[in-house]
Design a protein around this ligand. Structure first.
Ligand code: PGA
Length: 256
């Protein structure tokens, strides 16, 4: 069975006490998870180790960093390397979020390097892709997302993919309240799986979790997660409220 994941991307939100309270509230209501039904919290870098301590020993609940640097170490003021994350016991990193691509000028080439750094430091990776509205309006979203994936990921050997999940996040749906319809999500997720199959074969493509992100909430999560190629979600705004995040987690656990 393919793994399903719900990951809460807190972005630059929540103070330490608020974040700890949120995790405790979510843990208190957490349904039964499994190797195939996992939950992630991605708080700010500053709070990662404290949040990590709260989920320690909770099976199938982990923390993720929202970014790492592509170099191992050196004169990069304000940056954190993949090895530093690993040395602090952080098991997962999110790479390629559209906000980092836009505000931090992260190109596909830099993201390819970050992927290698994360792999070198033994981290699991959630890699984000997704098109802006202009591309969707022009109808060229499939080619756009395919080129993001090819440019950043296709240098990897097949074995690397056991540690990678993809997240399709149409930029026009992030934080806008405008969710992709389940038909739009399914169409793109199936396309991404075909792109993976063309390079690595069907067996590998069938194993890679592909999460959906962009205004996912309790009211639409069940419908999105019922799509055959949607394997959970990367959740922004709705991950900041325990009840909403739990509603989305429950939809993932209930999905076939
Ligand atoms: P959103 O963000 O759920 O607030 O739309 C999703 C994301 O950016 O990961």
């Amino acid at each position: 069975m393919r793994k399903k994941i719900v990951a809460g991307n807190w972005k630059m939100n929540l103070g330490l006490a608020e974040g700890c309270q949120l995790v405790q509230d979510v843990l208190a209501g957490m349904p039964t998870l499994s190797a195939e039904r996992q939950v992630l919290f991605a708080p700010s870098l500053l709070h990662l180790t404290q949040i990590q301590a709260l989920v320690q020993g909770k099976e199938f609940v982990r923390v993720a960093a929202q970014n790492c640097h592509q170099e191992k170490r050196g004169a990069y003021t304000g940056e954190v390397s993949a090895e530093m994350l690993h040395s602090a016991g952080i098991p997962v990193v999110i790479l390629g979020h559209s906000e980092r691509r836009e505000y931090n000028a992260e190109s596909d080439a830099i993201l390819a390097q970050k992927l290698d750094a994360a792999r070198g430091a033994d981290l699991d990776i959630i890699f984000c892709c997704g098109e802006p509205l202009s591309v969707r309006d022009a109808g060229s979203q499939n080619a756009f997302v395919e080129s993001q994936i090819r440019a950043a990921l296709f240098h990897l050997e097949a074995s690397a993919w056991s540690r990678i999940a993809l997240a399709y996040e149409p930029i026009w749906a992030i934080g806008t309240g405008r969710t992709a319809s389940s038909a739009q999500a399914q169409e793109m997720h199936a396309h991404i799986r075909n792109v993976l199959a063309s390079q690595y074969g069907t067996t590998l493509a069938e194993r890679v979790p592909i999460l959906y992100g962009g205004s996912c909430k309790p009211s639409n999560a069940a419908e999105l997660f019922a799509c055959p190629d949607v394997d959970g979600g990367l959740i922004g705004g709705a991950s900041l409220q325990a009840a909403d995040f739990l509603g989305i987690i429950q939809a993932m656990v209930a999905a076939k």
